[in-house]
Design a protein. Structure first.
Length: 227
C-alpha cells in the first residue's frame, strides 16, 4: 500500500527540509561500520563525526547529506542503550533515513497528518526530542517519526493537532540536546506503532531485522528526490 501511495502522492510530497533545499543541495553519505572503520573515525563522541560531515558537505558543495537505511553501524557501540551480551541481539542496523544538516534547520512534514505523540528521549545515543505523526489515506494508516530535534519542538503542538503538508514542525537540535550527535534528522516510516508513544526503535538487531524491515519500510518512498 505504501508503494501505491508513493506513486500516487510523490509529486505532492513536500521537502522535509523545506523549499530552501533543492534536490541539487543533497548528497548521499555512507556511515556504515565498514566505511567509518576505513576512515578511522572516533565515534565515541559527536566531534569527529561532526568534522567529517562538515568536510564532506564542503567537498561535495552540498547543504545536506542523507542515507543510512538498513545500514549496519558501529556508531551505536558507545551507548549501552543498544548493547546486548549476545551480538545477534545487539542493535546496530539503522531503520530510518538520516539527513545531516546544520543546527536550527527547519523540519517539515512531507504530507498531511496529525500529532500522534512527542517525547524527549534522553539516553545517550537516543533520539532526544522526538515527534511522531499519524497519517491516514483512504482508511490506510501509518506513521512517520522525526528524531534529534531541538527541545523547542516539544512545546509547539498538542497531541491530535492537525499538521499541514508544508507546515514547519521542528528544528534540528545540537549535540547537547539531540542524543549527542552532530545535527541531523532521523526520519522513519512505521506501519504499526504498536503500544509506543513518543518513541519507537530506530535501530534493530540482526535477530529482529526481518520484522522491522516490514514494519519500517524504506523512508525514500517518501523522501526520494526528483533527480
Amino acid at each position: 500500500m505504501l508503494n501505491l501511495l508513493h506513486h500516487q502522492f510523490k509529486p505532492s510530497f513536500f521537502s522535509i527540509l523545506g523549499s530552501d533545499f533543492t534536490d541539487q543541495d543533497y548528497v548521499t553519505i555512507d556511515l556504515s561500520d565498514a566505511k567509518t572503520a576505513k576512515l578511522g573515525l572516533d565515534l565515541s563522541n559527536a566531534y569527529d563525526l561532526q568534522d567529517y560531515v562538515d568536510e564532506y558537505l564542503r567537498i561535495h558543495k552540498a547543504k545536506a547529506a542523507y542515507g543510512g537505511y538498513l545500514e549496519k553501524r558501529s556508531l551505536y557501540n558507545r551507548s549501552p542503550h543498544f548493547k546486548k551480551k549476545n551480538l545477534f541481539h545487539t542493535r546496530n542496523i539503522h531503520l530510518g533515513l538520516d539527513v545531516w544538516a546544520p543546527e536550527g534547520t527547519a523540519v517539515y512534514s512531507p504530507l498531511p497528518g496529525k500529532i500522534h505523540s512527542q517525547q524527549d528521549n534522553l539516553s545517550v545515543g537516543d533520539y532526544g526530542p522526538t515527534l511522531i505523526l499519524e497519517h491516514s489515506f483512504d482508511g490506510f494508516r501509518f506513521y512517520t517519526l522525526y528524531g534529534h530535534l531541538s527541545k523547542v519542538a516539544l512545546n509547539n503542538f498538542n497531541t491530535g493537532e492537525d499538521i499541514q503538508i508544508n507546515q514547519p514542525i521542528a528544528k534540528l537540535g545540537n549535540a547537547s540536546e539531540n542524543g549527542n550527535y552532530p545535527p541531523h534528522l532521523h526520519f522513519q516510516i512505521i506501519m504499526d506503532i504498536q503500544d509506543y508513544s513518543g518513541d519507537y526503535p530506530g535501530v534493530s538487531s540482526q535477530a529482529d531485522l526481518e520484522f522491522y524491515k516490514k514494519n519500517c519500510p524504506d523512508p525514500n518512498l517518501i523522501f526520494s528526490l526528483k533527480s
